[in-house]
Design a protein around this ligand. Structure first.
Ligand code: NAD
Ligand code: DAU
Length: 352
């Protein structure tokens, strides 16, 4: 196996930690450097099981500091980048769009500049991989599926910032022949999911007998993919994706929010030995998210046809695995639901 030096940004976050784990375990001859600022969403406890491996290194740092990034490229001589660091929560973006523009747009641009400066003149064997989201396509209200050529139509500050960063990644490829590729994935779920997002929030609130906030009527539809399937897709795109290309990643697994919430209630009543219907009583319909996208639906056929990648975990299996993980890792949940997260939670849900 070849030896490579790969920078993974945002590796202490939800998806990033799964990608770091997969690469550290699967590629012992690679050096994996995890660069993370450790914002509220970054948690090194996610990586406890691999943190002592000889091919893993952690660097605390901010993608907004371009000189730091240039020095990092000199220090490690990376030949690959997998860029996941971002502000990722739509509700937070409605409260602080500037922070999202800075991290997601300027942070990505800084990384592109640092990589381009380090690699110019020798793009051979190099790859810059930007991890993006299906939300850049807007809302698929008329039953259609997002393909890679669907019009970019972001509708929240979060998705606008991700769409802008996507444009920079493609522009660097076009302008400098920079070796970049990007993917756009649907909603992930699984272990280490931060409990501000729907599925872990519902699990955490059921455990604590707290109301289960469902925005609007719960009719919005998301396409859910088990996070380990996304990590495998990222491995596939990193090694096989063609420069200048976009790849959609998704699970062909659409659910209305209210149906997911009811399913989790049902499964958790069984697992916790509570009478059927106990958790459903906690469902509370709250004020809708402003500009709430109705439906996301990804067509992942290009990636499947070009590489053979397929989701391996059905939703029935994945949701049970996820609930079981949270039940056996309640210590992890307690750690992340303390401090800043709790303050954020009470601010965000005032009036909802
Ligand atoms: P997350 O919020 O769990 O993690 C983000 C990580 O980035 C955290 O560890 C945080 O500390 C780090 N970070 C934030 N700002 C930084 C900065 N300035 N410098 C360095 N590190 C910084 O996010 P996630 O849900 O794991 O998403 C990861 C990526 O995948 C994001 O780019 C997101 O847009 C994309 N994505 C997420 C989903 C999803 O369902 N969660 C789906 C598709 C795409
Ligand atoms: O589609 C990919 C995107 O999926 C990623 O790019 C984002 O980073 C990720 O956060 C996720 O965005 P969503 O906005 O779809 O995820 P969230 O978990 O916040 O919400 C899922 C759905 O559930 C959405 O329709 C809003 C609704 N919701 C959410 C929360 C937190 C509720 O009804 N109640 C809630 O408390």
């Amino acid at each position: 196996m070849a030896s490579r030096k790969v920078l993974i940004t945002g590796g202490a976050g939800f998806i990033g930690s799964h990608v770091v784990r997969l690469f550290v375990n699967k590629y012992p001859t690679y050096t994996i450097v995890n660069l993370d600022k450790l914002t509220y969403a970054g948690n090194l406890e996610n990586l406890r099981d691999i943190e002592k491996k000889p091919n893993y290194k952690f660097e605390k740092g901010d993608i907004l500091e371009v000189d730091f990034l240039r020095d990092l490229f000199k220090k490690y001589d990376f030949d690959g980048v997998i860029h996941l660091a971002a502000e990722s929560h739509v509700d937070r973006s409605l409260h602080n769009p500037t922070e999202f523009a800075m991290t997601n747009i300027i942070g990505t641009l800084n990384l592109l500049i640092a990589a381009n400066a380090a690699w110019t003149g020798n793009f051979e064997g190099k790859k810059f991989y930007h991890v993006s989201t299906d939300e850049v396509y807007g809302s698929a209200d008329n039953g259609e599926f997002f393909t890679e050529t669907t019009k970019i139509d972001p509708r929240s500050p979060y998705s606008a910032s991700k769409a802008s960063s996507d444009h920079f990644v493609l522009a660097f490829n076009n302008s400098y022949h920079f070796p970049s590729v990007l993917s756009r994935c649907s909603n992930n779920y699984g272990p280490y999911h931060f409990p501000e997002k729907l599925i872990p929030l519902i699990i955490n609130n059921i455990l604590n007998n707290k109301p289960l906030p469902v925005y609007g009527k719960g009719e919005n539809v998301r396409d859910w993919l088990f996070v380990e399937d996304h990590a495998r897709a990222i491995d596939t795109v990193f090694h096989q994706g063609k420069h200048g290309e976009v790849y959609n990643i998704g699970g062909n697994n659409e659910w209305k929010n209210i149906d997911i919430v009811r399913l989790i209630c049902h499964l958790m009543d069984k697992k916790l030995g509570r009478p059927e219907g106990t958790s459903e009583k906690l469902i509370t319909f709250v004020k809708d998210r402003p500009g709430h996208d109705l439906r996301y639906a990804i067509d992942p056929s290009k990636l499947m046809a070009e590489t053979g990648w397929r989701p391996e975990t059905t939703f029935e299996v994945g949701i049970e695995k996820t609930i079981d993980w949270f039940l056996t890792n309640q210590e992890w949940l307690k750690h992340v639901t303390s401090g800043e997260y709790l303050k954020y939670y009470s601010n965000m849900y005032q009036g909802r």
